[in-house]
Design a protein around this ligand. Sequence first.
Ligand code: ADP
Ligand code: MG
Length: 295
Amino acid sequence: ATPTAIMVGTERGAKVGILIKSAEALEGACNLDEVVLDKTGTVTEGKPSVTDVLPAEGVSAEELARLAGALERRSEHPLAEAICHWADQTLGQGSVDDEVSGFEQVAGGGVVARVGGSSVCAGNARLMGERGVDVSSVSDAADAFADQAKTPLYVARDGRLVGLLAVADVVKPSSAQAVARLRSMGIRTMLLTGDQERTAQVIASQVGVDQVVAGVMPDQKERMVRRLQQEGRKVAMVGDGINDAPALARADIGIAIGAGTDVAISSADIVLMRSDPADVATAIELSHATMRDIR
Ligand code: ADP
Ligand code: MG
């Protein structure tokens, strides 16, 4: 495109909160075959909250809140924030800060630490499996939560389950419209998430994406983008988190959600200041308009 067309396109984007960092990004956005969307914070609001609490037999909600809260206070994951908020509400003034040591965030799984002399972990079924915790007593309940698009999280102490929590995150109102607009431009869509399969499938069907890949470990997002590129596809990645940054950098076009982390924003070619997934489609339309102008 001519410098003038690029300038006009860039300005039109900026006016609606679509920051295009380079001429290459504006030009490249019109040749895309596939848009890969991160789930949490991109397709969903990224502000999860605890919706259901199921303490194990003989365990009180307060005890569950105390253990989960002690652990999650050390984590920066969005899920941790939801659990801490719930724990604070459940414990109220009586909240005691337990002694926590050996805190560890397990990638793609959850958190582990020693709390007041016990070994406590909180996270998904994969983590419980690794730690030898039997979750069969609540697997029906966990499946039912997942079918409601909620994420089940397990809490265990010394290898025994102490409770199941469900955490839900709202799908952004324009996510389905964004996917529909991409499809009408002949662009395939993929939802990519570290969340479990069943929950991801329900969210995927609400949004209408062509494909969903769940249970993705943090370092696998970049690999997935690379694999699509090796199949000869031009790929845009849309994400907000630290764990999206390598994939944003790898993609032909990296698109960061403005409300996301600094590292995602600096790894991207385009930043959506309104954090609106529909602006992915608008940015691509803008690219088409820019490239048409010069012919
Ligand atoms: P994503 O944020 O896309 O879900 P992550 O790799 O950060 O991907 O997390 C994968 C999964 O690990 C989460 O869906 C959750 O089940 C579990 N998890 C991660 N961090 C925590 C935490 N602090 N507390 C409980 N579970 C967690
Ligand atoms: Mg995210």
